[in-house]
Design a protein around this ligand. Structure first.
Ligand code: SF4
Length: 54
């Protein structure tokens, strides 16, 4: 992902990728919930929040 990563000392509110994400939308101002995709696979993205779990 191009751009600078956010400060770890003062991270932005909402999704940490929002400033660099080309897919961001209004909901990204809130911190995404963790979605479990597998035993060792989690993702935090609002684009997948309403997706049916397998
Ligand atoms: S929640 Fe997903 S769509 Fe929104 S800014 Fe973060 S990575 Fe992009």
């Amino acid at each position: 992902m191009p751009g600078q990563p956010p400060s770890l000392l003062a991270p932005p509110s909402g999704c940490r990728f929002a400033e660099r994400c080309p897919l961001r939308f209004a909901r990204c101002a809130d911190d995404p919930e963790a979605i479990i995709l597998g035993d060792r696979h989690r993702v935090r993205c609002w684009l997948l929040a309403d997706r049916e779990t397998p």
